[in-house]
Design a binder for this molecule. Structure first.
Ligand SMILES: *Cc1c(COP(=O)(O)O)cnc(C)c1O
Length: 443
């Protein structure tokens, strides 16, 4: 069969049989699906050999490239030993080893790992655990949660309840529990002349005001540390996290760090919250945890919280589970991912790589159509000034024509490349993005 026919056939069958995520399917009448036959490093290829630079790490999950030989070899080895076993009442080496290693990465502060299969489930678990902790400690009135304006914590009903992205949430409002939102420390919202740090302090004061009033019924604050991803890569000063941590302590409210996107070196440190030198009560990880290979998430917490569930009474225990909790293959991929971090000085190498990308992107930062060029670690974002209501989809389509996989969030274009992006690929990404900006129609 001719390869182009294989592409077309795949798309036709996909549109007939697969309901694609986060998509108004009717748009595929004019916006074609992208067929992917294989991947290697930062590149995705269709059946014709047409290629796309995966500048968004396939929805922020990929760390060390597609078809990474080390992760692949670990999985192949694991496939010959054990693919999966239930985790209730059973254990296996691939789940124990990453739990120990992740605990060590928190300096031993968060020594208990509870596993699930995706980010939203980790959020659900943290909310339930926080509430249940307070209940076990004789504070059953603590049933409410606080999050930041513009926060994103996933799409299941509990995760949606603490999210603040109207496009995803409004339709389901009658199904979703009430939660409170406080000001986001997103530095784009600072007053003229106000530093990101001063603005962060002002937002922390607003949080304190809220908790002063509502701490008695509030179980936890949930935050995406340093970068609020899905609502447009809003970045904030670590000062917010430092102050929010202290405020949560003062008012006996848990601090949940949703590092589902920011974890595993994405913001320049292994965990984003480490840049504020704080310890959260709950740390949520997913996305990069398996290097982008298999679905897995984990909720990490402190000994004191774990102890509040440890009892002769079954119902004081955390009776939550998913069928694939702690899946052996996914955990083995996580272990292989942690091995790469340990063996290859990834964080240090990324520091140099990040500087090279920022240098290569100077023409973007200075482009007349660009506002708020920003960078944290291995994330870059900028807002494109355009009146085109179809900008998001048009830019995506035009980027594909230039071999780039870029998927803007509204008018925000961002780069979140795998950590193996090379110098030639960096030049290509930056150069072609400038071409895309130059080609924008005048408003
Ligand atoms: C992606 C994401 C989630 C949800 O994870 P899923 O695996 O998509 O359910 C939650 N929080 C943050 C910060 C995320 O980026």
């Amino acid at each position: 069969m001719q390869t182009s026919t294989r592409n077309e056939l795949l798309l036709k069958r996909s549109l007939a049989a697969v309901w694609h995520p986060c998509t108004q399917m009717k748009q595929h009448e004019w916006l074609p699906l992208v067929p992917v036959a294989r991947g290697a490093g930062c590149w995705l290829y269709d059946f014709d050999g047409r290629r796309y630079l995966d500048a968004i790490s396939s929805w922020w999950v990929n760390l060390f490239g597609h078809c990474n030989p080390r992760i692949g070899a670990a999985l192949a080895d694991q496939l010959g030993q054990l693919e999966h076993v239930l985790l209730a009442g059973f254990s296996h080496e691939p789940v124990v080893a990453p739990s120990e290693r992740l605990a060590r990465a928190t300096g031993g502060a968060l020594g208990h790992c509870f596993y699930a299969s995706d980010g939203a489930s980790a959020v659900e678990i943290a909310l339930k655990m926080s509430y249940h902790y307070w209940r076990n400690r004789g504070r059953p009135a603590k049933t409410r949660f606080v999050s930041l304006a513009g926060s994103y914590h996933g799409e299941t009903l509990g995760a949606l309840a603490v999210s603040d992205v109207r496009l995803f949430k409004d339709t389901y409002a009658p199904l979703v529990m009430a939660s409170s939102q406080v000001a986001s420390p997103d530095w784009r919202l600072a007053e003229k002349g106000e530093s990101a740090r001063d603005y962060a302090a002002r937002c922390a004061a607003a949080l304190e005001q809220h908790l002063q009033q509502h701490h008695a019924e509030t179980a936890a604050l949930i935050v995406e540390p340093l970068v609020q991803g899905a609502s447009g890569m809003a970045m904030h000063d670590a000062e917010y996290l430092r102050r929010a941590r202290a405020i949560c302590n003062r008012y006996e409210v848990h601090f949940i760090a949703d590092e589902i996107m920011t974890g595993f070196g994405r913001t320049g440190s292994f965990f984003a919250h480490q840049q504020a030198a704080i310890t959260p009560d709950f740390l949520l990880l997913s996305k990069g945890i398996t290097g982008g290979y298999l679905p897995l998430s984990v909720v990490m917490t402190r000994g004191a919280i774990y102890q509040a569930f440890y009892d002769d009474d079954v119902t004081r225990g955390f009776l939550h589970s998913h069928s694939y909790t702690g899946n052996t293959l996914a955990c083995r991929a996580a272990l292989a991912t942690l091995d790469i971090f340990d063996g290859e000085q990834v964080i240090e190498a990324n520091r140099a790589r990040s500087a090279r990308i920022t240098t290569a992107a100077q023409a973007i930062a200075r482009h007349p159509r660009v506002a708020h060029f920003r960078n944290t670690g291995m994330i870059w974002a900028f807002d494109v000034q355009t009146a085109d209501p179809l900008f998001t989809r048009r830019f995506f389509a035009h980027a594909l024509e230039r071999e780039l996989l870029l998927r803007p969030l509204g008018n925000t274009v961002y780069f979140m490349p795998p950590y193996v992006i090379g110098d030639d690929e960096i030049e290509l990404l930056a150069g072609r993005t400038v071409e895309l900006l130059d080609a924008l129609p005048a408003d």
